[in-house]
Design a protein around this ligand. Structure first.
Ligand code: ADP
Ligand code: MG
Ligand code: MG
Length: 362
């Protein structure tokens, strides 16, 4: 795993004095946040935040704690969660409050309080569980709905949400509710694309625009330094869809019904088989950009049903080397919706010798 091992959870009540109350829902009076919040258990460690299961007035919450070095990431994530209409969607993580306080050593630290997702991230769920076909369709469809919504500019009841690029789509940034429905989370690198001032190629932070995200999930044009910023909004959405294709591959590789008569392979992150746990930018550049390598499909998927062929085609259309040829998130959403409906009618696609025999297929 790329995440460091969990540390001992801090079981003491945080008594740090808060400097400002930055933002909160009505029910979560920010004035009380720092006083009444207890951090109970370390549940996640990303590049920017340390995430705890906590309790606030008896309510179970997740707390993403940023050190002062990661202030930028905090500020950005808070401003994305604060965009109008964003919280209306079922496949976007629930934000509760943001806060700033001073820790025991006198340093500023920043908190984002959010709903606690008991199954954690998609990647850790897939590493411990296989999923059946309809669950896998539902999970990937949910992530895709969330991304399509995020990308879309929306005007409703006098409020406007700009289109937003996520810029760090991965199976670690998708969280699971107890019913296994999925939400998109971790907006630390996200960027509003429309509205007052969309980013332009001449901007001083063009480098920052083109080189963020998790190396493993970086699109070939990002790795090759050829991100086309003339239409920045489309380019960044295409980068998100590339990573979405990898996320589909990781998910369906753990689908029990796609491996009848053979063992379901262990969970692997994209390119883990080829480059291991800590691929470098340069290794990724050679593999994905220069050699145009993409995750391999299991052998038994090759000669199978139309549903599975269409799924593989959808993945390939997401990770196409030509960014402009990729599906939009909206289009990917329609494809997965069809797949889900199809499986309701005729069940999962038959795969492997066992299921072919059962169905009398030669
Ligand atoms: P970073 O920006 O540092 O990557 P994330 O927001 O992605 O931080 O959180 C890191 C990890 O913590 C996630 O991959 C997930 O495993 C866990 N996590 C984050 N938020 C929650 C939550 N609300 N409920 C449960 N687990 C969470
Ligand atoms: Mg993350
Ligand atoms: Mg992040």
């Amino acid at each position: 795993s790329e995440a460091p091992p969990p540390e001992r959870p801090p079981d003491q009540r945080h008594t740090g004095k808060q400097k400002h109350s930055l933002w909160a829902e009505d029910e979560m009076e920010a004035a009380n946040t720092a006083e009444d919040l207890q951090l109970l258990e370390l549940i996640g460690q990303g590049r920017y935040g340390t995430v705890f299961r906590g309790s606030l007035n008896e309510r179970c919450v997740a707390v993403k704690l940023f050190s002062s070095a990661n202030r930028q990431s905090f500020t950005n994530e808070r401003s994305i969660y604060g965009l109008p209409l964003l919280q209306l969607h079922d496949n976007i993580a629930r934000f509760l409050a943001a806060d700033e306080r001073t820790n025991a050593e006198g340093r500023a630290e920043f908190l984002i309080l959010m709903e606690y997702y008991p199954h954690g991230c998609l990647s850790s769920y897939l590493s411990h569980h296989t999923v059946d076909w309809s669950t896998c369709c539902r999970m990937t469809h949910g992530v895709t709905r969330g991304l399509a919504f995020l990308h879309t500019e929306l005007h409703r009841a006098g409020e406007s949400k700009p289109g937003v690029a996520h810029r760090d789509v991965s199976s670690r940034n998708v969280l699971l509710r107890s019913d296994l429905s999925c939400v998109l989370a971790d907006f630390g690198l996200s960027m509003a694309l429309t509205g007052s001032r969309p980013p332009r190629p001449g901007d001083p932070d063009t480098m920052a625009i083109s080189e963020v995200g998790t190396v493993r999930y970086m699109a070939p044009e990002v790795l090759g330094g050829a991100l086309d910023l003339r239409d920045c909004a489309s380019a960044l959405k295409q980068v998100d869809v590339y990573a979405l294709g990898l996320l589909y591959w990781e998910s369906f590789r753990r689908c029990s019904q796609l491996f009848t008569g053979e063992a379901v392979p262990e969970h692997q992150l994209a390119f883990q088989a080829e480059l291991g746990n800590h691929p470098s930018f340069q290794e990724m550049q050679i593999l994905v950009n220069r050699n145009k390598f993409r995750p391999r499909f299991p052998e038994s998927w090759r000669s199978s049903s139309p549903a599975l062929s269409s799924l593989m085609e959808t993945m390939e259309d997401c990770w196409d080397p030509d960014a402009e040829a990729r599906l939009t998130a909206q289009c990917a959403e329609e494809r997965l919706c069809d797949l889900t409906l199809h499986s309701h009618r005729i069940g999962p696609p038959p795969v492997g010798p066992a299921s072919s025999q059962d169905l009398g297929v030669v």
